[in-house]
Design a protein around this ligand. Structure first.
Ligand SMILES: Cc1cc2nc3c(=O)[nH]c(=O)nc-3n(C[C@H](O)[C@H](O)[C@H](O)COP(=O)(O)OP(=O)(O)OC[C@H]3O[C@@H](n4cnc5c(N)ncnc54)[C@H](O)[C@@H]3O)c2cc1C
Length: 205
């Protein structure tokens, strides 16, 4: 009964595809959008840091009477303790199957989600220093870990993040990363575009 109680308090189920409603979406860059999905506001998502979840959509034709699904993993960037919603930051590829599906979702539409899938079990102060290198939407798992560290005043981990992008227009969540770096002395971020990083590498800066 205790187990059932605990399971009832989280929205995700690692064994079952569950439907989550799109609450709202917002443009983040020329090709990336933030999607907020909602669930019972009295529950948490049920995701340990660092984890992702998987999404599926019935894209393509039926094969032998069976529905064919496209399945892709994504990394929530909202606080796992938030009740009633989670956020995904997604780059929309012009011919990407799942990202185009996301781009076509309207508020009120549902998405099937399963998870979480644990990538690394983070525990506070497990390392004195962590260096992160990310490119493009690879920022999402980094942000999940960074936020978990910074929101815990007892976690003294020093985090340095190098975030590379193809062009300045591709940089995601720059304001948020700069805000975190100026609010928390244990977080440093260097954001650059590939040409800039290359010239740094060649001793140009
Ligand atoms: C653990 C994990 C977490 C992730 N988290 C995120 C996240 O938070 N946010 C995020 O945006 N992404 C994330 N991803 C990536 C995500 O899972 C998808 O790979 C991404 O959204 C592209 O999927 P898609 O179906 O839209 O594109 P796909 O249909 O898979 O295509 C991707 C690109 O490749 C091209 N392409 C496809 N097939 C071919 C081919 N045969 N030859 C040449 N080009 C081809 C397409 O045109 C498109 O440009 C994560 C991946 C992993 C593994």
């Amino acid at each position: 009964e205790k187990g059932e109680d605990a399971a009832a308090k989280v929205a995700l189920n690692p064994e079952k595809w569950l439907e989550f409603k799109l609450q709202e979406k917002a443009t983040v860059s020329h090709d990336s959008e933030l999607f907020r999905f909602s669930f019972d506001p009295s529950t948490k998502l049920g995701l340990d840091v660092a984890s992702c979840l998987v999404t599926r959509a019935p894209i393509g034709q039926e094969v032998e009477g069976k529905r064919k699904y496209v399945i892709r993993p994504y990394t929530p960037i909202s606080d796992p303790d938030s009740k009633g919603y989670f956020d995904l930051l997604i780059k929309v590829y012009p011919e990407g199957k799942m990202s185009q599906h996301f781009a076509n979702l309207k508020p009120g539409d549902v998405l099937e989600v399963k998870g979480p899938i644990e990538k690394l079990r983070y525990s506070p102060n497990m390392k004195r220093q962590i260096g992160m290198v990310a490119g493009g939407t690879g920022i999402t798992p980094m942000l999940q870990v960074v936020r978990a560290i910074l929101k815990n005043p007892d976690d003294n981990t020093q985090v340095s993040l190098i975030y590379a992008n193809v062009s300045p227009d591709d940089i995601l969540l720059k304001k948020e990363l700069d805000r975190l770096a100026s609010s928390y002395p244990n977080f440093k971020v260097s954001i650059g575009v590939l040409l800039g990083l290359l010239s740094c590498h060649m001793g140009d800066c």
